[in-house]
Design a protein around this ligand. Structure first.
Ligand code: S3P
Length: 442
């Protein structure tokens, strides 16, 4: 349990957040599928990404994991086995709390010549897997839910010849898209995934760097398609993982909430499919400047953020929805915490995907912000936060959801009294040094 109280002085200085979680997972996966070695610097050393390493080791992939003594930066070398040379796992593949590992690996496993079982912790075993079972089986795979409830454990029978599909995903989900594309690497013919808005495109940008023939197209109305022509072997590359904007979001919020603050968050990934939080906060009047922009396929920048008083639109409220949602899906809990510290109404809509994250993030955010005195209501596809009530400390039930624990640690900085985060260990899923890094600013 961790106790926090209202910030007593402005937060100032430089912050370094750990590596991007989505890119770290994919570095291991694509490095394993490639021929030759892949070297990764800035890898996120957190429980979720370690689950990915563990699963690929069970498939016979040699992965060296060292911490550079000079600067403590983790360096990973993956000795790829190519698409067709994995070892038969002797054990269930255990993905811990990681939805990305579970869903993306299932796409790879569906195309192997051997059978496997994949599952994770109690949260993973409640998350919907039908969204990947259906398209994988349409490709000719044999994937089923062991308990018959469309959740993990998944039994994946190997030895199937896959065929590329054109799949129209009703929701924008990078995990579903990536699962299909990874199976598509092994399929006969193209794999084409349509989605209503472009979800994070790290799979497309990174697989392309590994040599695959893959690209995105985005139409004028915002809907998107990813197209993969299979048949080209992947080759190992060097990857420099930028800081995770989802982790940076907590410090952006802290600077905006605590009067007089000014933080420079170094080397953060700003891929446009991930940086919706910057767009939306700037529309609210946040003083955010990007410095040292590095324009590559996975762009990064230093983010300078100064305390700002935020504002709504002329209609007296601020609405967040539509194609912005996939670009900030993991940041909605911290956006809700920022909104609770404002004095206008914020409406989050088109975000029913929040219900199927590590916790039901509509219910868990509403429950905990209510406990802090916020006037907030859950809706079918989001929430309405009536800003203006001063927040007070409370006991926070994070439901073992890392993003909840971190969001409420930041909300505590504007609340009178003491806030206790009851199950704080879950931050290790994506940001093990979060409380230490936060404490250094307080
Ligand atoms: C992720 C995709 C998103 C996101 C998750 C990481 C990824 O999930 O919420 O934290 O790395 O592909 P969905 O694909 O379910 O939206």
């Amino acid at each position: 349990m961790i106790s926090l109280t209202k910030a007593t002085h402005p937060l100032k200085g430089d912050v370094f957040v750990p590596g991007d979680k989505s890119i770290s997972h994919r570095s291991i996966m694509f490095g394993a599928l490639a021929e030759g070695t892949t070297e990764v610097t800035g890898f996120l050393n957190s429980a979720d990404c370690l689950s990915t390493i563990d699963c690929f080791r069970k498939l016979g992939v040699l992965i060296d994991h060292t911490i550079r003594p000079s600067n403590g930066v983790p360096t990973i070398t993956i000795h790829g086995r190519g698409l067709h040379n994995f070892k038969i796992p002797t054990d269930t593949l255990y993905t811990g709390n990681s939805g990305t590992t579970t869903r993306l690996m299932s796409g790879i496993l569906a195309a192997q010549p051997f059978d496997s079982i994949i599952t994770g912790d109690s949260s993973i075993e409640k998350r919907p897997m039908k969204r990947i079972i259906t398209p994988l089986n349409q490709m000719g795979a044999d994937v089923s839910s062991v308990m018959g409830n469309d959740c993990a454990p998944l039994r994946i029978r190997g030895g199937k010849n896959l065929t590329g599909i054109t799949y129209r995903n009703p929701v924008a989900s990078a995990q579903v898209k990536s699962c299909i594309l990874l199976a598509g690497l092994y399929a006969e013919g193209d794999s084409v995934v349509y989605e209503p808005a472009l979800s994070r495109n790290h799979t497309e940008t990174m697989l392309s760097a590994f040599g695959a023939d893959i690209h995105n197209e985005v139409s004028r109305n915002g809907s998107a398609v990813a197209i993969l022509h299979p048949g080209i072997p992947l080759h190992g590359i060097k990857i420099n993982v930028p800081g995770d904007i989802s982790s940076a979001a907590y410090f952006i919020a802290a600077a905006l909430i605590v009067p007089g603050s000014e933080l420079l968050i170094r080397n953060v990934g700003i891929n446009p499919t991930r940086s919706g939080i910057l767009t939306v906060l700037k529309q609210m009047g946040a003083d955010i400047t990007l410095l040292n922009v590095n324009d590559s396929s996975e762009p990064s920048a230093d983010i300078l953020v100064k305390h700002s008083s935020l504002h709504c639109n002329e209609n007296g409220k601020f609405e967040i929805g539509g194609k912005d949602i996939p670009t900030m899906i993991d940041e909605l809990p911290i956006v809700a915490a920022i909104a609770a510290a404002n004095n206008f109404d914020t409406i989050i809509k088109d975000a029913s995907e929040l219900k199927v994250k590590e916790s039901n993030r509509i219910d868990s955010v509403v429950e905990n912000l209510k406990a802090m005195g916020c006037d907030i209501e859950a809706t079918e596809d989001g929430m309405i936060i009536h800003g203006g009530n001063p927040l007070h400390g409370a006991d926070i039930n994070s439901h073992n959801d890392h993003r909840l624990a971190m969001s409420f640690a930041i909300a505590a900085l504007s609340a009178e009294g003491t806030t206790r985060i009851l199950d704080d260990n879950c931050v290790g899923i994506s940001y093990p040094s979060f409380f230490k890094d936060l404490q250094a600013l307080l």
